[in-house]
Design a protein around this ligand. Sequence first.
Ligand SMILES: Nc1ncnc2c1ncn2[C@@H]1O[C@H](COP(=O)(O)OP(=O)(O)OP(=O)(O)O)[C@@H](O)[C@H]1O
Ligand SMILES: [Mg+2]
Length: 371
Amino acid sequence: MPDSPTQTAPRAAAPVPRLEIRNLRRQFDGVAVVDDVSLRVMPGQVTCLLGPSGCGKSTTLRMIAGVEMQDTGEIWVDGSLICDTVFRVPPERRAIGLMFQDFALFPHLSVAENVAFGLSGPREARRARVEELLGRVGLRRFIDAYPHSLSGGEQQRVALARALAPRPRIMLMDEPFSGLDNRLRDDIRDQTLEILKQEDAAVLLVTHEPDEAMRMADEIALMRAGRIVQQGAPYNIYNAPKDRDAVAFFSDINVIRGTVRGALTNTPFGQFLAPGVPDGAAVEIVIRPQHIKIDLDRGGRGPNPTVQDGVAARGEVMRARFMGSESLVEIRMDHDGSILKATVPNVFLPQPGKPLWLMIRRDRCFVFPVR
Ligand SMILES: Nc1ncnc2c1ncn2[C@@H]1O[C@H](COP(=O)(O)OP(=O)(O)OP(=O)(O)O)[C@@H](O)[C@H]1O
Ligand SMILES: [Mg+2]
């Protein structure tokens, strides 16, 4: 019997990550600052290492760049080992571009010379690459200028062109936008992202700003105390966070505590599912301020909530503030005096003392066992 086409067709080779790190570890003074970190970045993909100050982001990047040595673990580029504990390709031969916060340009070199710094080969080809990149970052006219005559944002773009000039297979960026003012930063981030995508480099970008990670990343690796606690697309990390801290890293949170009976917990906001949590265990219901629903008091009674909204609980406005695109209302709850925060689009500035009824959207809250 002839083989079916599905048996004989050659299997598509699994895509090889541009950058892969396996079980990277680094200790300082007996403390693991990078603790068993593994991740993969494909060509043309941006992964953000996101986490609070001191969690080991820069140390991870420095090991990949080769300026810091890991205690254990491996670094692979395009399927080849470039560094483990015995074998080590030196930093200058790793085809890795670096852009760090203090991206100092060489002050005594012109913009063209700065960009050409890492280039080899014939003069014409080098010049063509410099012109191409300066064109791409919109700075062709500054080709013969010196760094001191450029603004911070312009210098940043020259630094990007310099890092990209030798066509690195991997770009490592450590808080590269943190020296720029807010308005400029958004523009430069977007431009940088577009250029990095065109170059097809694998990018590992370190930041401690969730907004920056959400804006730039195809994947976010959330780091805490030396470990990656969760990794995934921004949408998934935001909407399916692994624990309370992962929610809190991206926004303000409200926390309501409960105890589990029969995989349910009863609260003044109605019942919540707590699947797999044993009887008697404490849970936290975590909800972002923008997902609390507010309704007005109707002569001492609240609204009739839908199943999705559970039960409405009453509170009184403690404070309301206008934040620009939304208003933040803090409400003191009648049942336990706790304060919950709700944000409302546009202008909603009720007076202190005004009664309001709050509902917790079941589809937008997270229930976590208390560890
Ligand atoms: N050479 C070193 N010797 C001793 N401790 C170090 C060394 N380098 C880093 N550390 C420590 O390792 C921890 C992680 O540092 P790292 O620079 O990787 O943090 P980070 O996540 O980049 O933080 P930030 O967001 O503040 O830049 C910190 O507690 C730091 O003090
Ligand atoms: Mg750092």
